[in-house]
Ligand binder design. Structure first.
Ligand code: SF4
Length: 136
């Protein structure tokens, strides 16, 4: 069964810094990738942050923003609930941008056996993929 709960580290309801247009940004809690030089090591732990339902997150997204941006932490480590959330955001006519430390090839491979990953990938309009490289 798909969880309808997302572990959230931080939300900014309106920002123009996280993708095209004005967006609702969610930093999810938990990332096992641990890139050297990561800007958000406080979001690595799987037990911090707060649990929020997909329903409550949808209610919090302003109707007049361009879309939602998912950052981390690692969104694809909570793909089930975030996949449902992303689908609902798109059903409202808003866009979904997702940052992931996994490469698109890794995600496509995982999507073969993980329905949540397939769902979040399919509901993402713009994917920024791959681990953080402090040399770039
Ligand atoms: S994937 Fe993102 S949150 Fe995770 S360690 Fe890398 S830069 Fe940090």
């Amino acid at each position: 069964m798909t969880s309808d709960v997302v572990r959230v580290a931080r939300i900014v309801p309106r920002t123009i810094a996280e993708g095209p247009g004005e967006r609702f940004a969610i930093w999810v809690q938990g990332c096992s990738i641990r890139c050297p030089g990561c800007f958000n090591p406080q979001f690595w732990g799987a037990r911090g942050g707060t649990e929020q339902t997909v329903h409550d997150l949808l209610d919090a997204v302003p109707v007049d923003v361009e879309g939602v941006t998912l950052l981390g932490g690692e969104p694809f480590e909570q793909p089930g609930a975030l996949g449902v959330f992303a689908e609902q955001v798109r059903a409202r006519g808003q866009s979904v941008m997702t940052f992931s430390g996994y490469t698109v090839a890794q995600l496509q491979s995982r999507a073969q056996t993980d329905a949540g990953v397939a769902r979040l990938l399919a509901a993402t309009d713009l994917l920024v993929d791959g681990p953080f490289d402090r040399n770039q």
